[in-house]
Write a protein that binds this ligand. Structure first.
Ligand SMILES: NC(=O)c1ccc[n+]([C@@H]2O[C@H](COP(=O)([O-])OP(=O)(O)OC[C@H]3O[C@@H](n4cnc5c(N)ncnc54)[C@H](O)[C@@H]3O)[C@@H](O)[C@H]2O)c1
Length: 131
C-alpha cells in the first residue's frame, strides 16, 4: 500500500507522521515548496509542490488531502478521476453538491472516498450528546 500526503500544514503533518510510522507514506505534496522539502526529507520520500507533477511521477494507491477546504473538491476530483482512493480532511467540501459529485465519481470509478470523523470518537462529544 502506497499513500501520498497532500498538504503538510497544521493538520496534514500529523497524517504524514502516522502514515510514515505505518510504513505506507510514499510521497509528499505541498504547494509551499519548502514545506514539501522539509517533510519529504524528514520521512525520506519524494516531495512535490504540485499534485499534477506528483501524479505524473508517482505510482500510489491512495491520497490524504489535508489542504484548505476551498481546495478539497478540485484535488479530490483529480485523484478520483485517476481511480485513486481518497481521504479528505473535514469538512470534505464547502457545498453538499460538490460532496455528492465526489461520491458519484468515487462510485463510478470504484474508488474509496472518505473523510475525517475524529469528533465521532471524541469522548467529550459522546458525553455531551448523552447527557
Ligand atoms: N488544524 C486542525 O486542527 C484541523 C482539524 C481537523 C481538520 N482540519 C482540516 O484540515 C484541512 C487543513 O487544515 P490545516 O489546519 O492543516 O491548514 P493549513 O493552512 O495549516 O495547511 C494547509 C497546507 O496545504 C498546503 N496547500 C494549500 N493548497 C494546496 C494545494 N493546492 N496543493 C498542495 N498543497 C496545498 C499549504 O501550503 C499548507 O501547507 C482543512 O480542511 C481543515 O478544516 C484541520
Amino acid at each position: 500500500m502506497k499513500i501520498v500526503q497532500i498538504g503538510t500544514g497544521g493538520f496534514g503533518k500529523n497524517h504524514a507522521r502516522i502514515l510514515s510510522q505505518l510504513g505506507v507514506l510514499s510521497a509528499i505534496c505541498d504547494m509551499n515548496a519548502s514545506r514539501a522539502k522539509e517533510f519529504g526529507e524528514k520521512y525520506s520520500v519524494n516531495h512535490y509542490s504540485s499534485l499534477d507533477t506528483l501524479m505524473d511521477s508517482e505510482k500510489f494507491d491512495a491520497a490524504f488531502v489535508c489542504t484548505p477546504t476551498s481546495t478539497h473538491f478540485d484535488l479530490a476530483r483529480k485523484l478520483l478521476e485517476q481511480k485513486k482512493n481518497v481521504f479528505v480532511e473535514k469538512p470534505m467540501t464547502y457545498l453538499s453538491r460538490e460532496g455528492e459529485d465526489l461520491f458519484k465519481l468515487a462510485k463510478k470509478n470504484k474508488a474509496i472516498l472518505t473523510s475525517g470523523y475524529i469528533e465521532r470518537f471524541n469522548p467529550a462529544v459522546h458525553l455531551s450528546k448523552n447527557t
